[in-house]
Design a protein around this ligand. Structure first.
Ligand code: C5P
Length: 218
């Protein structure tokens, strides 16, 4: 695989709805980095599974990922609670993870030329995908605050779901994502912990930016 030299790489791992996506977008904008929300790829496959219960196979997943355009990941239906639970289920499968991994590596190490590098967020970015990333952040928040934030997002999208259902769903995914055999969510010693429970988006980014600037400017 072709790897671009001297690029900035940022790896972020986090449990669901901890604010990693928001921070990744801010990082990508500020440092002109290509942003890949890796959860969306698992969601895309999760939706494929919901739609093709009988025809779902590794070949189908491989074909769909090989032919996937990045714009497919913007599809709003990927944001539903059912899709997120389906994504967490298919994400336990090693063969599926390997297919996704290949796709991600291409963008992580060879982002489009106009960018200075890449920023990826997910569950196994620091532990598996971008082990040598220049910056490694583990972003988290209490499960209740995460559920509150996700509930507000669903409300703004007019999705019919209660706070309790959101909390339950996050707990199911947290457990599955942390306890699975392949690519489980865990904090590595060399990653920087950012707890967003009591931090605003702005305050959180200020912290991240200070860390990144210190290294990039020196
Ligand atoms: O981040 P998001 O909530 O969109 O991720 C959906 C699901 O995809 C997660 O619950 C997790 O099971 C899976 N995922 C993963 N590895 C990643 C990103 C997401 O297993 N790098």
């Amino acid at each position: 695989m072709k790897k671009r030299k001297n690029i900035i790489t940022v790896a972020i791992d986090s449990p669901a709805a901890a604010g990693a996506g928001t921070q990744a977008k801010l990082i990508s904008k500020n440092y002109n980095l290509f942003y890949l929300d890796t959860g969306k790829i698992y969601r895309y496959i999760g939706m494929l599974k919901l739609k093709n219960q009988k025809k779902f196979s590794y070949n189908l997943v491989k074909y769909k990922i090989d032919n996937m355009k990045l714009s497919y990941l913007k599809n709003k239906s990927l944001l539903s609670n059912d899709v997120s639970l389906s994504a967490a289920k298919i994400a336990r499968d090693k063969k599926i993870r390997d297919i996704v991994h290949k796709f991600q590596q291409k963008y992580a190490y060879n982002p489009p030329k106009k960018y200075n590098g890449s920023v990826l967020d997910g569950r196994d970015i620091i532990t598996v995908q971008l082990k040598n990333a220049m910056f490694k952040f583990f972003i988290t928040a209490s499960v209740k605050v995460r559920a509150e934030r996700r509930y507000m997002e669903y409300k703004s999208l007019n999705k019919k779901i209660t706070y309790k259902e959101v909390l339950k769903s996050l707990r199911i995914r947290d457990k599955s994502d942390k306890e699975r055999k392949y690519g489980p969510l865990k904090k590595t010693k060399d990653s920087i912990l950012i707890n967003t429970t009591k931090l605003s988006k702005k305050a959180c980014f200020k912290k991240i930016k200070a860390i990144m600037d210190k290294k990039l400017i020196n």
